[in-house]
Design a protein around this ligand. Structure first.
Ligand SMILES: Cc1cc2nc3c(=O)[nH]c(=O)nc-3n(C[C@H](O)[C@H](O)[C@H](O)COP(=O)(O)O)c2cc1C
Length: 459
C-alpha cells in the first residue's frame, strides 16, 4: 500500500447543477424552469458530450424560509434528486449520476435500497454524496424533529454508511437466480441478513437487491470540519470540496492524504473535486467583460436585498438596492437552532457596522457591495480558453485535485464553451480523458474495487 501520493496527471469534470441559488441564471428564453426536465437533460447531455465523469445534484429536504416566507435567494421547487437522476439515466449512456442525500433525516435500509436501484437501473453509474446537513430547521419536516448536534451527526453518519455498505455487500454472486429459468430466486447462503444494534439504529434487514455493475454506488462526501474530513478519509471515495484555489487546494490535499493514510487506506484512495465556476472567452478581455455581465445577472436587485436580510434578520424591501446600506441595526433573533452558515456565530450588529463603513469608504451601493462580497468566496476560473487550460494543467501536474465539480452559471448553455473549447485544449495538453474509460462511474474515476465489508451472518 502506497503511503506516497502520486498525481494521476488527469483531471475529471463533474457538473454541479445547483439550480436553487443566486449563482445560476435562468433568464434566457431557453432556460426553462427548475422543474422542467428539458433544462436538466440539456446540461447532462452536454456534459456527457464533454466526457464529464458525473452529473451532480445537491439536496435540501425543506425549503429555506426567511421572515416567514420562502427565501428570495432560493428558487422554490427543487425536484427530488434521485427521481431526477433516474429520468436522466434514461437519456444518457455513460455519465455518473450523483445524488446528495443526508444521513441525518434518511434511514439506512431505505436509502441504501433507493440508491442501489438507481445504480442497477443506470448500469452502475450511481453515486451518493453523503452529507449530514448543517441545519436543524429541516427537522420540522420530519416526525422526529430537529435533532443531533454536530459531533453526533458524524457518529450517526458513520453507522449509517457502514450499514449501507453491508446492505450493498449482502448478496453473493450466486444469489440472483435467472428470473425465467431458475427454480428458486436465491440459492442457499446467497443472501446475508444485515443487523445493526447501536446507539443510533436498531435494525434487522433482509436486503432485496443484488450488486450493480460497479458493485455499489460510489461515495462522495461534502463537509469540511475535521470530523467531516476524517469521516471522508475512512468511508468515502471522492470529496466535493470548497477549496478550488491552487495553494488552498494543495494544502487541502496534503491534509486529506494524511487522514487517508491514518485511516489505513492508500494515499490516493480519496479523490478531491472542488466546487468551481468557469467564465471563458477567446481573450482575457472578453472573459472579464463576460464576468461582469454574469455577476450583474446573478446578483439582481432582489437578490442583493435578500442577501442583506439574512444578516439583518428583518425586512429590508423598502431599501433601494442602488442606494447605501441600511442605517438601522440588525434584529438578532436569539435561537438555539442553527439557521444555516450565514447565521452561525455572526455578531450581527458589529458586522453591519463594518459593512456600512466598508461600503461607504468604497462608495458602493447595496448591489455593488453584495456583488463584491460574493466574489470574495469566488470559486471561479475566468480567462481565455488557453490561459485557463494552462492553469488547470498546473493542478493536474501538482495533483492538487482530481478534477472539478463545475457549476454552470447559465441554463441551459452554461457548459457549452467548456465542452467545445476548454476540453479540447486540456486534451491537447494530455490532462483530460479522450474517451470514457469504461461503463461505470467507478471506472470513469479510476477507483479501486470497494474494500470487502466485515463478515455477516448468512441467512
Ligand atoms: C461543497 C459542499 C456542498 C454541500 N452540499 C450540501 C447539500 O447539497 N445538501 C446538504 O444538506 N448539505 C450540503 N453540505 C453541507 C454538509 O452537509 C455539512 O452538513 C456541513 O458542511 C457541516 O458539516 P461540516 O461541519 O463537516 O462542514 C455541503 C457542504 C459542502 C462543503
Amino acid at each position: 500500500m502506497s503511503h506516497h501520493f502520486t498525481p494521476s496527471g488527469i483531471l475529471q469534470f463533474g457538473v454541479f447543477f445547483q439550480g436553487v441559488n443566486s449563482g445560476t441564471i435562468w433568464k434566457l428564453p431557453a432556460s426553462g424552469s427548475q422543474t422542467d426536465f428539458e433544462s436538466f437533460r440539456r446540461i447532462a447531455q452536454t456534459a456527457e458530450r464533454g466526457l464529464f465523469a458525473a452529473f451532480f445534484l445537491g439536496e435540501g429536504l425543506r425549503l429555506r424560509e426567511h421572515l416567514g416566507r420562502p427565501h428570495e435567494l432560493d428558487v422554490a421547487g427543487r425536484p427530488d434528486a434521485q427521481t431526477m437522476l433516474a429520468a436522466l439515466a434514461a437519456v444518457t449512456e455513460r455519465i455518473g449520476l450523483v445524488a446528495t442525500q443526508n444521513t441525518t433525516y434518511n434511514d439506512p435500509a431505505d436509502l441504501a435500497r433507493r440508491l442501489a436501484s438507481l445504480d442497477l437501473l443506470s448500469g452502475g453509474r450511481a453515486a451518493w454524496n453523503v452529507v449530514t446537513t448543517d441545519n436543524a430547521w429541516t427537522g420540522a419536516n420530519f416526525r422526529r424533529g430537529g435533532y443531533l448536534d454536530h459531533a453526533d451527526r458524524y457518529t450517526h453518519a458513520e453507522a449509517f454508511v457502514e450499514t449501507a455498505k453491508r446492505i450493498w455487500s449482502s448478496w453473493e454472486d450466486n444469489a440472483i437466480a435467472d428470473t425465467s429459468h431458475a427454480p428458486a430466486w436465491a440459492g442457499p447462503g446467497g443472501i446475508r441478513r444485515v443487523q445493526h444494534h447501536g446507539a443510533h439504529y436498531d435494525i434487522d434487514v433482509v436486503p432485496g437487491l443484488p450488486p450493480s455493475a460497479q458493485h455499489r454506488p460510489v461515495l462522495f462526501q461534502a463537509g469540511d470540519s475535521p470530523a467531516g474530513r476524517d469521516f471522508a478519509a475512512r468511508q468515502t471515495d471522492v470529496i466535493f470540496s470548497g477549496h478550488p484555489q491552487l495553494e488552498d487546494a494543495r494544502q487541502f490535499r496534503r491534509d486529506i492524504v494524511e487522514r487517508t493514510i491514518k485511516a489505513g487506506r492508500p494515499a490516493d484512495d480519496v479523490q478531491i473535486m472542488p466546487a468551481s465556476e468557469f467564465i471563458l472567452a477567446p481573450t482575457e478581455r472578453e472573459a472579464q467583460e463576460k464576468k461582469a455581465w454574469v455577476r450583474s445577472l446573478q446578483i439582481g436587485p432582489q437578490q442583493a436585498i435578500a442577501y442583506l436580510e439574512q444578516f439583518w434578520g428583518t425586512d429590508l424591501s423598502a431599501y433601494d438596492p442602488d442606494g447605501p446600506l441600511p442605517e438601522i441595526d440588525p434584529v438578532v433573533e436569539e435561537s438555539d437552532v442553527t439557521r444555516g452558515t450565514a447565521f452561525m456565530g455572526v455578531k450581527a450588529r458589529r458586522l453591519a457596522e463594518e459593512w456600512r463603513t466598508e461600503a461607504r469608504e468604497k462608495g458602493q451601493t447595496i448591489r455593488e457591495f453584495v456583488t463584491a462580497r460574493s466574489a470574495r468566496f469566488d470559486s471561479s476560473f475566468v480567462g481565455s480558453y488557453t490561459a485557463v487550460a494552462d492553469s488547470l494543467t498546473e493542478y493536474a501536474r501538482t495533483g492538487a485535485v482530481d478534477g472539478f465539480n463545475i457549476s454552470p452559471w447559465l441554463i441551459p448553455t452554461g457548459l457549452d464553451d467548456i465542452v467545445d473549447h476548454l476540453v479540447p485544449e486540456l486534451q491537447e495538453r494530455g490532462v483530460y480523458p479522450t474517451h470514457y474509460r469504461g461503463d461505470t462511474l467507478r471506472e470513469h474515476l479510476g477507483l479501486r474495487a470497494p474494500a470487502p465489508v466485515p463478515d455477516l451472518a448468512v441467512l
